[in-house]
Design a protein. Structure first.
Length: 226
């Protein structure tokens, strides 16, 4: 069985000695997360004492800033889709090349740590929401905080930097994750769905519109403020 593990971002990004904690079960993973400050979790869907999908959903509710990459069976597309709906930032099918996993880890951590470029300002205001680029936070019209994952926030910023433009799934995947889509990749569709739900746009699509056969469009005015 492949160990389930969580990795410290500084060491992965800088190439210094690894800071990796291994866990072989759901219970052991929960214990490590409670004990250590973890930036990213690589989580197998198949756990000996429970479902990795259930753990992903639970962690997303309790630890919104934790980055999660799911490992799924290559042919189990449904696990990938459900995992993204439950809040995973990315997924990788087994078997996989370790170099690809390393690249995915670096990309997810980079999205979570670096300020998206170009920003041109510290804040974006749209539909009475305020997205702060420096703190990577989103404030709702009523002043409450909207919990977004790293992938959701990165996608939102891409739209905010290009209001009114129709962006294809391939371009969104390249801009947010630095990779091209395979024919069955639905990660962008799931991220858009999650973002709509958190923006209260899930039923009307007034903010994030679907342009048939072309992609998605942020259809509300955006203002920048310093």
């Amino acid at each position: 069985m492949i160990p389930k593990f969580a990795a410290c971002s500084e060491n992965i990004l800088t190439g210094r000695a690894s800071c990796i904690s291994l866990a072989g079960s759901k219970g052991e993973c929960e214990a490590k997360l409670a004990e250590l400050k973890i930036d990213l979790l690589v989580l197998d869907v198949m756990l000996p004492d429970g479902s990795g999908l259930d753990l992903c959903r639970s962690l997303r509710g309790r630890m919104p800033q934790l980055s999660i990459i799911l490992l799924t069976a290559l042919k189990e597309d449904v696990d990938r889709i459900i995992g993204l709906e439950f809040g995973a930032d990315d997924y990788l099918g087994k078997p996989f090349n370790p170099r690809e996993l390393s690249a995915r880890i670096r990309a997810v951590l980079r999205r979570g740590r670096s300020e998206p470029q170009p920003t041109g300002s510290r804040q974006y205001v749209f539909a009475n929401y305020i997205a702060d680029i420096e703190s990577r936070t989103l404030q709702a019209p009523d002043g409450s905080a909207v919990d977004l994952t790293g992938g959701e926030f990165e996608l939102l910023v891409v739209f905010l930097q290009r209001p009114g433009r129709v962006l294809s799934r391939d371009s969104l995947l390249d801009l947010t994750q630095g990779r091209t889509a395979d024919p069955f990749d639905r990660s962008i569709d799931i991220l858009v769905s999650r973002l709509r739900r958190k923006l209260g746009d899930a039923s009307v699509f007034a903010m994030l519109k679907t342009v048939r056969n072309k992609g998605y469009q942020l259809a509300v005015p955006v203002e920048r403020s310093n």
